[in-house]
Design a protein. Structure first.
Ligand code: HAS
Ligand code: HEM
Ligand code: CU
Length: 554
């Protein structure tokens, strides 16, 4: 494979060969998000005690919720990230990619998607996106998901190899920022997926094929959340890459510190995985000491997001000042709010402040015990993955899809409306669901289907329901813009946006910067930390398994 790597600038044909797989991944991602999100408004109306499930082509509330969680949480994010995390470094390092390998990975991912989607759509895998045993899906659901992960890791390997080739060709140089961040995210993804891959390969797939009689639910839960927390950073780090390294340029400013960006990503690599137990704070059978340890790590992992908040805010301030904004708030209002890509990303950040703050509240176990398994939790994560991730990706698509297709953005005003509606809608879902959760309304509950709903709290219910309808409107606007762009005529090359790299000068002589670039040893440190925190606990759980048989979900 390495023979196909050529370190030379791309010609037009090379560029086209690179753009096609990136576009395929990104369009598949958005198709998954649109289909998955169709059920969102129905779920929001459910939480407003309005039941429209008789009109939807699903067998149950739970089939719809599985489609929603799997397509949005697992498929949309993985496909989008795979697209940008190979494409941006390839362009920044200006190296030719082994596109044959990337296409092979895409075929593996698409085949996996087809398998798991067929299982879900045919109601043979109504196990929600967390697929906790003893709920059991048909084997093809698990195999399909595993293939999606395998395909994405194949792309990761190619990007990591490209960076090594670049390092060989540029001895002593520091990896450019976007490539550095992308490679760190890929390495983190590799470490993150150990839990879920082990769960699928050693337990769930053999069990669904009848080769195992049962699976220990606590072990499965722990393996799932080994992956399940760090996966949220895999969801959000490509958005952080855009906020650090692209958005400042789009907004007319500059990144204020390249070094802080590197440190923040390195901290994510070191501490993202060792916190999964904060999803099992109330799970019986795990001693409090393990939970306390991971609670402390959870507070550690807030730090790189706070670093990001301040660095990105300072960078946006330079943009605001360059555009004439003055005073405490003037820089914010002076940003190019008429640009849907900038507006969408700044709105994503502002709404993410609520998501981050509620995450910090949940990190503390006594708080979590009050709201675990209530609607508070989906409230929290729609102002994280629904905004920082999904809204940023939507906003990025408003320059990225024109860039990849050579078309002009269709309906700029509609695009602007879409990001505002999305931000307002997600904020509504966040506030409404969290408020309902504080009253004890459970999550994952078809409350509108219960004859006498005990969870009636009119104001938050109304907020959730209305927010669902607003989000439906946002989704329609997004679809109009994206389809309009795809089906419009090719634009002249000068009208096609380039990647807005906003690189700050790298302090190549700094010992600290050089230290951050030594990703091999850092990966080893991360691995050792994870093994130290999770190893003994998993050892105990594996040694004391109490397998439970299938409670088949179909
Ligand atoms: Fe979370 C549950 C704790 C972040 C997603 N989380 C979930 C679930 C999901 C999820 C999907 O400790 C539910 C899973 C399930 O189905 O059960 N979460 C945290 C903490 C953080 C956090 C401490 N979560 C995220 C992110 C997600 C996400 C990011 C997706 C992308 N979460 C929890 C806990 C639970 C949980 C418990 C378990 C609950 C339970 O009981 O089940 C932190 O990483 C948050 C740090 C973030 C910040 C915000 C920084 C702000 C930025 C924007 C800056 C703004 C600017 C604007 C620059 C501290 C970077 C400038 C303008 C100005 C005007 C200033
Ligand atoms: C669950 C609404 C988009 C990820 C939910 C729930 C609601 C909802 C009300 C809670 C259901 C329950 O607990 O019974 C919406 C609306 C959307 C939307 C109105 C608008 C388009 C998204 C997006 C993502 C996402 C874009 C991720 C990128 C999830 C996940 C769950 C969920 C992972 C948890 C499923 C589970 O508990 O099994 N959504 N959502 N949603 N949503 Fe969304
Ligand atoms: Cu978490």
């Amino acid at each position: 494979m390495s023979a196909t790597i050529v370190t030379m600038p791309l010609d037009r044909a090379g560029l086209r060969r690179l753009k096609a797989p990136a576009l395929t991944l990104i369009l598949t991602a958005f198709a998954a998000m649109v289909v998955g999100s169709i059920f969102g408004p129905a779920q929001a109306l459910n939480y407003a005690n309005i039941n429209i499930y008789g009109h939807l082509p699903v067998a149950s509330y739970y089939q719809g919720l599985t489609i929603h969680g799997v397509l949005n949480g697992l498929v949309f994010t993985t496909f989008f990230n795979t697209g940008v995390l190979f494409y941006f470094p390839a362009r920044e390092l200006n190296m030719r990619v082994n596109t044959g390998w990337i296409w092979l990975a895409i075929v593996v991912m698409l085949f996996g998607l087809a398998l798991s989607l067929t299982a879900t759509l045919s109601n043979h895998a109504t196990v929600l996106y967390t697929f906790y045993p003893p709920l059991q899906a048909v084997w093809s659901f698990y195999v399909g998901l595993a293939l999606v992960v395998v395909g994405s890791l194949m792309v990761a390997a190619e990007t990591i190899r490209q960076r090594l080739a670049w390092k060989r060709a540029n001895p002593g140089r520091i990896t450019p920022l976007v490539s550095y961040m992308s490679v760190v995210t890929w390495i983190l993804w590799g470490l993150t997926t150990i839990g879920i891959v082990a769960e699928l390969v050693f337990w769930l797939i053999p069990w669904s094929l009848g080769m195992l009689k049962g699976v220990d639910p606590l072990l499965a839960l722990t393996l799932f959340w080994f992956t399940g927390h760090a996966i949220v950073y895999f969801w959000v780090l490509p958005a952080y890459i855009s906020w650090y390294a692209l958005l400042p340029r789009e907004a007319g400013g500059r990144l204020v510190s390249d070094t802080l960006g590197r440190i923040s990503f390195l901290l994510f690599l070191l501490f993202s995985v060792e916190v999964g137990l904060h999803h099992e704070a109330v799970a019986p059978g795990i001693a409090m000491g393990w939970k306390m340890e991971q609670m402390v790590f959870t507070f550690f992992i807030v730090a790189p997001s706070l670093l990001t908040a301040f660095t990105v805010a300072a960078s946006l301030e330079t943009a605001g000042h360059a555009r004439g904004g003055r005073g405490w708030i003037g820089w914010l209002t002076a940003l190019p709010w008429d640009d849907p890509s900038v507006a969408g990303q700044v709105l994503a950040m502002l709404t993410f402040i609520l998501g981050g703050a509620t995450g910090i509240l949940l990190a503390s176990m006594p708080n979590d015990a009050l709201v675990h398994n209530t609607a508070f939790i989906p409230g929290h994560f729609h102002v994280t993955v629904g905004t920082a991730t999904a809204l940023t990706f939507i906003a990025m698509s408003y320059w990225l899809i024109p860039h990849l297709t050579g078309k002009r953005l269709y309906g700029r005003k509609i695009a602007l409306v879409s990001v505002w509606l999305w931000a307002i809608g997600m904020m509504g879902i966040g506030v409404g669901l969290m408020w309902q959760g504080l009253y004890g309304t459970p999550r994952r509950d078809w409350i509108s289907g219960i004859a006498h709903d005990p969870y009636v709290h009119v104001v938050p219910m109304a907020i959730t329901g209305i927010a669902g309808v607003i989000l439906l409107a946002a989704l329609i606007c997004f679809l109009i813009v994206t389809l309009g762009t795809l089906f419009s005529a090719a634009a002249s090359p000068s009208e096609v946006p380039e990647i807005p790299f906003a690189n700050a000068p790298i302090d190549e002589t700094s010992r600290w910067v050089r230290l951050t670039d030594r990703l091999g040893p850092w990966t080893l440190v991360a691995f050792v930390l994870i093994a130290a925190v999770y190893g003994p606990l998993l050892g105990i759980l594996i040694a004391h398994q109490i397998p439970v048989g299938a409670n088949t979900a179909y």
